[in-house]
Design a protein around this ligand. Structure first.
Ligand SMILES: Cc1cc2nc3c(=O)[nH]c(=O)nc-3n(C[C@H](O)[C@H](O)[C@H](O)COP(=O)(O)O)c2cc1C
Length: 210
């Protein structure tokens, strides 16, 4: 490997390792060009059959207030709870709702996975650009009114919201179990035994090949 290739590899691996979910961000606005870079990174995510099912909705300023009012619309909630919900979109200066409009001809799981990969690209790009970001889900992603607010179809799915700003505080890295504790290397002997067991018992319905 050339010196440059090694440096690129180290930078990519360091970004993956050092990216954190940043909850505390400053209220300062984030330049539009930086947000556009995150979105460009997002669309380079892997995507089966290149359906490009992702849709991005960038909310800043008062647009976040309107979303909060939609989320907190239930009159049955206590005033305190309503206010807490209303404030949620205001936790960062920029909010990107990431939606997937799934291609009905493709497995939903593939389409959703592409949306998730797009979000991870966005998080890594934010880290690389000195921004803090966090992927959030919660009730908002299940709320049909949110889809309507964003102009999405009924079939759309929201894998999450990405909250973005300049970091106010960087969290400690949460511990991870080493990959080795959740990995099995399947050797030829084990694979052959599993194959033989399966082929002896399975019916002969054809497997899918796409
Ligand atoms: C699908 C998904 C949904 C998440 N939703 C939330 C959320 O609603 N609130 C939150 O605080 N963090 C949320 N997170 C961020 C995780 O809490 C975070 O990734 C985890 O604590 C590990 O921290 P790290 O990202 O800094 O490694 C979510 C992450 C994923 C992948």
């Amino acid at each position: 490997m050339s010196e440059t290739t090694i440096q690129v590899a180290e930078a990519v691996l360091a970004a993956i390792r050092n990216r954190r979910s940043v909850k505390q961000v400053r209220p300062d606005p984030v330049p539009r060009e930086l947000i556009e870079q995150l979105l460009e990174a997002a669309v380079w995510a892997p995507n089966h059959h290149l359906t490009q099912p992702w849709r991005f909705f960038v909310l800043t300023g008062e647009a976040r207030v309107a979303l909060g009012e939609v989320l907190a619309r239930d009159p049955a909630l206590t005033p305190a709870k309503r206010e807490a919900i209303r404030q949620k979109p205001l936790r960062a200066p920029v909010l990107i709702a990431v939606a997937v409009e799934p291609d009905p001809a493709r497995p939903l799981l593939d389409e959703l996975a592409a949306g998730a990969a797009a979000i991870q690209n966005m998080l890594l790009a934010a880290h690389a650009l000195g921004l803090g970001a966090i992927w959030r889900t919660g009730r908002a992603i299940e709320d049909p009114a949110v889809k309507e607010f964003l102009g999405l179809s009924d079939r759309a799915v929201l894998p999450g919201f990405v909250y973005i700003g300049y970091p106010a505080a960087l969290p400690e890295p949460p511990a991870r179990r080493p990959a080795s504790t959740c990995t099995e290397w399947i050797d030829a002997e084990r694979a052959a035994a599993a194959r033989d067991r399966l082929l002896a018992t399975l019916d002969h319905s054809p497997a899918r090949h796409d």
